[in-house]
Design a protein around this ligand. Structure first.
Ligand SMILES: *Cc1c(COP(=O)(O)O)cnc(C)c1O
Length: 391
């Protein structure tokens, strides 16, 4: 048996949706994208949603629309997929990394405050692997320094936080803009895709222009017009369009979002119960007032375990359970080895480094069979029984 880290949950409804678009004759950004945007905005409680090609370019556009310019600093986390740091560089700015909190995997508001300087122009926080970060703590610090907060919610569709006694989905948004990804490793997928959500209508309008060459009259309008029209191009911009083929594949999954998240949360509950007394692996714990969609399920190797992370991962892979080490850190990659390209908060990033080296990500996905789930738990028990412990 081999249990993958995830498996995209796409079937007949998605195939039918893609076929409908093929037969329609309109393949790129059009009515399916518009419908997907409206449905996603409604699902997360946002006033506006703007679809783009992927989350990396969504983050770049969000930074640009928040006033980030060449030469600015953006405080963010190193402890994230490399796209977070790369988006800051793509926007012409310099990432300044602050440390994370060990239980949320997300930005530590105290470390954020220490990383802010007069050059800081924005804050980019991440809801890492679907676990909401302390967004209220982060917003409080940012407000005092008059800085906009952008949420990298790539993994966090369907995750929730409790605000004033009410549960709200990530993406409402709580900062100025939240950005989602629809890569196959995420909870909803259409191969690739991204979405920005926001409250401000003018920002939504600017984003719609920027993703399509800042064209004054979009092709969808020109196509249906009987009058000859000439479009204008109002600023240098991009082609960051999502296609109607992709949006159509995303819509049936979005309709299933509540049941998808509920299923993932049931698996996480069973994992946590089964691992409570495991000698090697400690399950993740949600804070009060947050609900993860469990995009990834990251275990901590308990203190006192002598077997290395590499040996533990290999033992799981040898048993057919695809496991990965903890979330990466951008500052430990070759791309960011040259420290003229980024800044780091005073005191460094000890918790980020510890998390990468002391965590193991195991398979958890909706559509996982009971046999796969039992197989993963058996492998974790086997590996724990073989591990060497300090006495
Ligand atoms: C996956 C991911 C991204 C990038 O998303 P793409 O849609 O692949 O560009 C950005 N940030 C985080 C935290 C991610 O996990």
């Amino acid at each position: 048996m081999k249990v993958p880290i995830t498996r995209p949950d796409v079937g007949a409804a998605e195939a039918e949706a893609a076929a409908r678009v093929v037969h329609s004759g309109w393949l790129t950004q059009g009515p399916e994208v518009a419908a997907f945007e409206q449905e996603l905005a409604a699902a997360v409680g946002a006033s506006h949603a703007v679809a783009v090609a992927n989350c990396t370019v969504a983050l770049e556009l969000a930074l640009r629309c928040s006033g980030v310019r060449r030469g600015d600093d953006v405080v963010t986390v190193s402890h994230s997929f490399i796209a977070t740091a790369n988006a800051v560089v793509a926007a012409g700015a310099r990432p300044v990394f602050c440390d994370v909190e060990e239980d949320t995997f997300g930005m530590d508001p105290r470390s954020l405050e220490r990383a802010i300087t007069p050059k800081t122009r924005a804050v980019l926080a991440v809801h890492q692997i679907g676990m909401p970060c302390d967004i209220e703590g982060i917003l409080e610090v940012a407000r005092r320094h008059s800085l906009p907060v952008i949420e990298d919610a790539a993994c966090a569709i369907g995750s929730e936080i409790e605000v004033g006694g009410r549960w709200e989905r990530i993406g409402k948004p709580h900062g100025v803009i939240a950005c989602f990804s629809f890569h196959p490793r995420k909870v909803l997928t259409m191969g690739d895709g991204g979405m920005l959500t926001m409250a401000d209508a003018a920002t939504a309008e600017r984003l719609r222009r920027l993703r399509q060459h800042a064209m004054s009259i979009p092709d969808t309008i020109r196509h249906h017009s009987n009058k000859v029209t000439f479009e204008e191009y109002v600023e240098p911009a991009y082609n960051f369009r999502l296609t109607d083929l992709q949006a159509a594949v995303g819509r049936p999954q979005l309709r299933r979002l509540a049941s998808i998240v509920a299923e993932r949360r049931r698996i996480a509950d069973r994992y946590a119960a089964a691992l409570a007394n495991n000698a090697v692996f400690a399950p993740p714990v949600e804070r009060r007032g947050v609900r993860s969609n469990w995009q990834s399920y990251s275990l901590r190797i308990r203190p006192g375990v002598k077997t290395s992370q590499l040996e533990i991962l290999q033992a799981l892979v040898d048993r057919g359970v695809v496991a990965k080490r903890g979330i990466m850190n951008a500052h430990q990659t070759a791309a960011y080895a040259d420290d003229t390209r980024f800044g780091v908060v005073a005191g460094g990033l000890p918790r980020s480094e510890k998390l990468r080296d002391e965590s193991v990500v195991i398979p958890l996905f909706h559509g996982m069979t009971a046999e796969e789930e039992a197989y993963v738990l058996r492998a974790l028990a086997d590996v724990a029984a073989l591990a060497e412990m300090a006495h």
